[in-house]
Design a protein around this ligand. Sequence first.
Ligand code: PEP
Ligand code: MG
Length: 584
Amino acid sequence: MNKLKGIAASGGIGIGKALVLGKEELTAPKTKISHEDISKEIYRLEEALIETRKEISNLQKKILHDLGFDHAKVFEAHLLVLEDRVLIEDIIQQIKTKKVNVEYAFSQSIKKYIDTLLKLEDEYLRERVIDIEDVSRRVLRKLLKKETINLSGISEKVIIVAHDLSPSQTASLPKENILGFVTDVGGRTSHTTIIARSLGIPAVVGLEVATINIKSGERLIVDGSEGMVFVNPAEKIIKEYQKRLTKITKDIKTIHVSKLKATTQDKREVIVSANIELPEELSLAHEYGAEGVGLYRTEYIFLGRRELPTEEEQFKAYLNVARKMKPYSVIIRTIDIGGDKFLSHPQVPVEMSPFLGWRAIRFCLARPDVFKTQLRAILRASVEGNVKVMFPMISGVGELREAKKILEECKKELKHENVYFDEKISIGSMIEVPSAALTADILAKESDFFSIGTNDLIQYSLAVDRANEKVAYLYEPGHPAVLRLIKSVIDVAHQNNIWVGMCGEMSGEPLFAFLTLGFELDEFSMPPPRVPRIKELIKNVKFEDAKAIAEKAVKLATAKEVEKYIQDELKKILQDDFDRILLV
Ligand code: PEP
Ligand code: MG
């Protein structure tokens, strides 16, 4: 048995067989062919192209059915590559003139094709390299008679082991068959982790060597709460974990899913809402009793596709969420492109430090065409009356003013076109950059609400890349610097009579939910499966206790002291309920 320690990314236990999605090395050997073999090799090329086309069309149909048009569209560009006459002619010419085997001719032509594209000024064409690489791997697998790993076609229950998964890959996995995620890279708040947590799938990330140490078919236990992975565990350990899994399943049932408000025992009422990325999470949000959407990460509509979504397409998506969430409110965040949301699909140039680079509101202000299309769609959906708009990565009031100016332009245009929208739509600033936290008094005067994005606020204030497993030990939500920033943002917001929420992962973690309840946070937004537990916690405590404990916690010296202190105090308050509410 082998025991691997990684980062506890998404709680729970998964027991099952591994499916390793390693980085595939597909090399085409070079062999000389005779003149007579030329037509045979060309025939093999045609056959491989036809089969690949079929494979992609089937995949596209399945994704269209399961996840909708946006995700299915990704494959349009793949199909175009297979029909590119210039490319196909080049391969045939190589087979004919150089008398080489089709695999070799194919990989040489593809290489030439990619090199040419990479030299072009046109960003769109450069971006097609990813599609070409993807499709060429599919064709090469056919020629080399290697099996294709079809993620959406996984038909038995497995634990996915991968170097990394892009957010759009994660989104296309058949959730019902995924017992867990194990990855070499990533951190507690990298976006793949966030999706795993949203879907309630146990995950351990940042293992560095998982894809080397684990083979497909090996038995695994993923302990997403402790960050442990057992490879080929002994029967005794499997039994022990199976027992824990049964207990967890039973404990989860004792957590009451409530549609009622989250009210503490001394009658402080707060809002517990959901973060959503994919359309299917909307029903999860309802199921788990979320009181609205506190963060709609709209960038997922933009990911993994060639063309930008149109205003109409976005409008339909936003309207759908707004209607389904009524009477609760929906906070639509404008696109937060950049950071780790382009791991496998760069639509912006590769940057040295993507988290500090051309991301979120910076991207939108530089591309008013993209921004305006989205804002118009949001405004049109606001006719439902429950839509709020929020800007990510605001680093100072200048950006907020610019964003609001563009929003005003969109309002004017729509009015001119006689299109209805909510003229009083609330505008929120995300507080996730330390400079915004420190100038919260200025931002509060020009915002209708704040939402604290702790995932980023932690990484920027502690200088710790949120997706880097090597520095994950420093990524501490309980660090006094983080707590002081959060407390002061909440205080300043209230002094300026605006409400303040938190949509970073921290608000769904019971210890920190209790702490921030004590800081007087108004709204807690989290992955849907977290909602029932946080509501249950809030219902079982007193606001006055949380306040007194938070006041002491914020004065402690280290994150560890903070966590231990809150844990000890909560144990005293919850007694027998502590394990049930906190430890699943
Ligand atoms: C955050 O930074 O806390 C946040 C909610 O935004 P995202 O995780 O999408 O960056
Ligand atoms: Mg963020």
